[in-house]
Design a protein around this ligand. Structure first.
Ligand SMILES: [Zn+2]
Length: 230
């Protein structure tokens, strides 16, 4: 079992690598309409978000408890393996210890899951910053329910591939778009926000990529004018 210090260090390292992969092109997975250097152009904003998340990571409660958990685990494992049950009572005690031991081990694993979850949340937060900076109009919900072993939320599987409109964008301000059958993004928790949620948005930036029922008359006119110009 790794010691708490090394878990902490590897978490920070993981955070840094998520960040650098993201700005070097990883973001294109969520923002296919942007250019390879787009994230670099808003690097300061992304750096701010990263710093905030790194601070938050250190504050995760389970994370803080890791010292205590690891310490107890070490003393338990030494004791549990040093006794051999001879009587029924001793066997019961031994079994009880084993149950406690495994539940503590689970707690340590959960802690690693928490860190993994925080990594995903970091990536989603960075992606949200890019979307805001470049004026994304809508988000297509992506659920990873097909992934083996992933405990997805049934409600989020239902949202998979649905298109949600963002408020306060240039297109809403000019009355060019309206929510379609799937409605507004702000009517749902953001993807990836709930614990262990691996959902994310793929962002839409132009009117032509929106379904027709999300365009107003003015939006359709703007689109038609755009296609004449091209
Ligand atoms: Zn989800």
């Amino acid at each position: 079992m790794p010691d708490p210090q090394s878990i902490r260090q590897s978490a920070i390292k993981r955070f840094r690598s998520i960040f650098s992969n993201f700005i070097r092109g990883g973001f294109l997975k969520y923002h296919k309409d942007l250019k390879k250097d787009s994230a670099l152009r808003v690097k300061d904003k992304l750096q701010n978000e990263f710093d905030k998340r790194l601070t938050a990571l250190s504050a995760v409660r389970e994370f803080q408890n890791s010292d205590a958990i690891e310490k107890m685990l070490r003393s338990f494992s030494g004791w549990a393996t040093s006794i051999t049950p001879e009587t029924k009572e001793q066997a019961d005690v031994h079994r009880a210890i084993k149950i406690i031991f495994s539940s503590m081990k689970q707690a340590a694993n959960d802690q690693r899951d928490t860190l993994r979850d925080q990594g995903h949340k970091l990536e989603n937060a960075l992606s949200g910053v890019v979307a805001k900076e470049f004026g994304a109009l809508a988000g297509v919900w992506h659920s990873r329910w097909r992934e083996e072993g992933y405990k997805f939320r049934a409600a989020h599987k239902q949202l998979d591939e649905k298109i949600f409109l963002f408020s306060n964008t240039w297109a809403t301000k000019h009355g060019m778009v309206k929510p379609g059958v799937d409605g507004w993004a702000h009517d749902h928790d953001a993807p990836g926000m709930l614990p262990n949620c691996k959902c994310s948005f793929r962002y839409i930036y132009s009117l032509k990529d929106l379904p027709e029922d999300m365009l107003t008359v003015r939006g359709k006119q703007a689109l038609a004018a755009e296609s004449i110009m091209v």
